[in-house]
Design a protein around this ligand. Sequence first.
Ligand code: FAD
Length: 388
Amino acid sequence: MLDFTPTDEQVMLIDSVRAFIAREMAPHEEEVEKLGYVPPQIEAKVRKAAIEAGLYLKHLPEEWGGLGLDAVTSALIAFEMGSSSAALAVCAGGPTHILTKCKGEQIERWLKPALAGERKEAFALTEPGAGSDARNIQTRAVKDGDHWVINGRKHFISEGDLADFFIVMCVTGENETPRGTVKRITSFLVDKGTPGFDVRKMEAVCMRGYNPTDLTFDNVRVHDNQILDEEGKGFDVANDWLYAGRVSMAANCVGRAKRAMTMANEWAASRKAFGQTISRFQGVSFKIADMATEIRAAELMTLNVAWKLDQGTCTRTDASMCKLFASEVLGRVVDHTVQIFGGMGMMMELPVQRFWRDARVERIWEGTSEIQRHIISRDLLRPYEQRG
Ligand SMILES: Cc1cc2nc3c(=O)[nH]c(=O)nc-3n(C[C@H](O)[C@H](O)[C@H](O)COP(=O)(O)OP(=O)(O)OC[C@H]3O[C@@H](n4cnc5c(N)ncnc54)[C@H](O)[C@@H]3O)c2cc1C
């Protein structure tokens, strides 16, 4: 893929997503930011509008009522969605494709209500003692007849305040492998309100309205049929979430970087100092040149990796490079933007500070920059080390 020109259908879809954001999401951005949560009536309104516009299930295959989009088209949409509020994008975003792993009675109980926008899920892997080192989770589910009893704690779980049920990663045993003992991880569907299961809101400086929560499990009983996929397959579920997510996350970063750069351009071309607009000073205009160049590179890399996903040739290094680069470009772009705004960049009355705060978490969640570098360097160096 040496060049990229969107098809007519893609252009139409991008236009409809832009119109949706302008009509349904942009008017509520500042309110959500100020309140620190999405008011239920706004959440319901955005969700209903997304369902009516056919955008709610956009990431799902057609058999589940989705648009069955290829990864490139999904990335084009994520460029647009990324430029808006994460909390509102989630209201418009529908369920994760992982829920299509539901089978039997799980389909009626969890999948269909999620598809209809009646119930919402959250994904719970991270624990106070296990973030990057996700295989070290301690939350344990112990078999008891045809039930399991869960004990442990999760934290930083996004949207736990809005969610009706959770995909919870638990240790269900140990496997002996040539490299030693490894934990068997299983994912369970756990309803909010199950006795012993408590959800508490945490407060973050970023992505206001898209709130992290702390979950405690105190002898929480769940039935065998609450296992998503199969016992011991929890990490397949988690990796599905994380790897596919990295490309759309990169696209979100590109979208946000573009919006920050637009704000920087407008400010630079209107703010005056020393008798001329600051855009006339090389110290400012060269920052804009650097921002535009890096955004172009991140955008093309994201499209290329999405294209490789569609061809079935995307490696985990590709996905990691894409997430690493786009999130770090976004960090540099928002930092330049704040600098171009000067003191006004620090004021709560303008949205620039929000972009700067929100950008910071992109280098941390879904695999920190260090973990992405670890993955990339391990994959690259392995053949050399085996030879040496
Ligand atoms: C706002 C927010 C929302 C989140 N939402 C969710 C969610 O919905 N569900 C969920 O399960 N999780 C969620 N997370 C958790 C997120 O994925 C973790 O924070 C992330 O994986 C990092 O884990 P940690 O915070 O425990 O940091 P740690 O793992 O403690 O890392 C601390 C530092 O050490 C570095 N480090 C660790 N290991 C290595 C290594 N091998 N080499 C080099 N450096 C290393 C890290 O890069 C980092 O700089 C969320 C986090 C935040 C902040």
